[in-house]
Unconditional design. Sequence first.
Length: 370
Amino acid sequence: MSVRIAVNEPHITETAKRLVQQTMESGFVSSAGPMVRQFESTFAAFLGVEHAVTINSGTSALHLALLALGIGPGDEVIVPDFTMIATVNAVLYCGATPVLVDVDPEIFTLDPGLIEARITPRTRALIVVHLYGHSADMQPIMAMARMRGLAVVEDAAEAHGARCRGRLCGSLGDIAAFSFYGNKLITTGEGGMVVTDDAALAARVRSLRDMAHDPEKRFRHVELGFSFRMSSLQAALGLGQLQHVDELLARKQRMAEHYRRRLAEHAGLRLPVTKDWAENMHWMFSVLVEPQAGMTRDAFCAALRSRGIDTRDFFLPCSTQPLLRGRLPANDTFPVSNDIAARGCYLPSGLALTEMQIDAVCDAVDEVLA
Ligand SMILES: *Cc1c(COP(=O)(O)O)cnc(C)c1O
């Protein structure tokens, strides 16, 4: 059977369509013109941070955030074992060494209790990843990082509007990266943003994003820059959605509540956990297939697929990636990330999903787990 309900279908607001149209007619199609700056200042205001710099992707945003911090060869950067490969790649692009740490079994983010043991004299920074819309436990992480003199980068690609102890993800560390890929809450199709309160870091990112032109003399280059700019058309798309971000976040809450109401009775599924200090924005409704289901995650997802329901498996643990073979300490184990990677998936969660479609997904889950 073909897919009836996709795992993600974006919802492009009318405001966004209108802004893109106007921008096209304005003649400013590259990164030049007012639209990019407007998207940046509106995003900074939304987060309550001083500086926001648009980038061509979330991965490039992470890369430039690390470069701005001065991360380079010989440095170690702590990253969670359970994340999208972009987090690790950004460290590798800088010529630095990723040091993997296992994650929390309930919220899948960096386990604060395991970080200390992995800090060495070469550790310079750590990247926390707020996964599936739930913030990492920032309080102990920031306390430790401050004590040990480590920079904290937030990978907030999946956490637009999520909060930790009342504060928005992306405003909690030293610098943060967002993605606006097609499946993220706010999307520009492809795109990203670096945010920070630090003017010097923001200036470094702005320069590196656009070929590092000498401020004194355009087309003179002292250091190696990148062509990581976002276009005005993309910025218009992002700004048009950002103007309705509260509505988009409210829609995500309603979707998650609907799933929770319908699926709470299934002992075979563990629904997303929200810590009492967090506001989960439920980017994707992620579930773990429990032993009580009497089937594997793969069997569960295949059975849903045969009913026309698309799902997405969790990431593979970074420690199992062939890319990193030979680059990791041999004696490390990552029991939590291996367990959740084998049992986790997310259900259709795009902003275009209707209540009727959520009911259809839940009907299919009822059948599969019956
Ligand atoms: C989407 C995502 C990224 C990368 O974003 P791109 O815009 O696709 O480069 C990085 N980290 C996480 C956790 C993501 O989900």
